[in-house]
Design a protein around this ligand. Sequence first.
Ligand SMILES: [Fe+2]
Length: 251
Amino acid sequence: MLQIVHLSDIHVGYSDRETAGVKALTAHILGSFPAGTIVLITGDLVQRGSRKEYAEVCSAMLEPLRRRFTVITCPGNHDYSTDTFGAKLSKESIEAYLEFTGAGPFPQVHVAEGVAIIGLDSADPDDRAGFMRGWVGNRQLSRMSSLLAEHDDKLRIVYLHHHPFVWRWTMMMLGRTALLKAASSGGADILLFGHRHWSQEIRDRSRIPLMLASGKSTKPRWFKRNLSFRVMEVDDGRLVRVRTEEVALNP
Ligand SMILES: [Fe+2]
């Protein structure tokens, strides 16, 4: 059985809480999952896109996890930006993201044990439509459609950072209707995203069987003291279970 861990919105560099959260998550995942597990992070690894923050998230999380697991990411608006609001696009931040994560070019695909995991860059590095609100243009959508067709014998997971169902003007993803239409008509089984810092399981909406929004993985939910993240269990290319795993922040 293959397990896919979904994390998002790590935001290293924002405060000590994110640093503590990264350490607790990494130790827990290393101690609880077998080699070969996939750890998928849907963006906003860092707060202000600096090399210092990327070095920190690499040494505290990405590198230890990579020694045992497959770690795949996509960029969020904070990864490409130098201000604390994730609103100031910077070429240096984009370069640092690509260098430290080794991700891309997007769309990128990872294939394992009957699963095809297709990653999109919704953070719009050329700022052609709106990098903070998110956008996936026709070039990526058409490549995504080809990849979905190419892997139609597998469980097909598409992931990106931006949330296609946020109605607040400043966070409303551009081109979300085209994205959802291309994902559903291409036969995507699962769509994963983050950005909103709100955990949700959405079933049978926009003709996509399952959409999972990760909360901010380094922040405890509401009154809870524990961090949490979702795990997808896949057996022979079939999703058998989605569960939530809890991690004590101060064990
Ligand atoms: Fe974000």
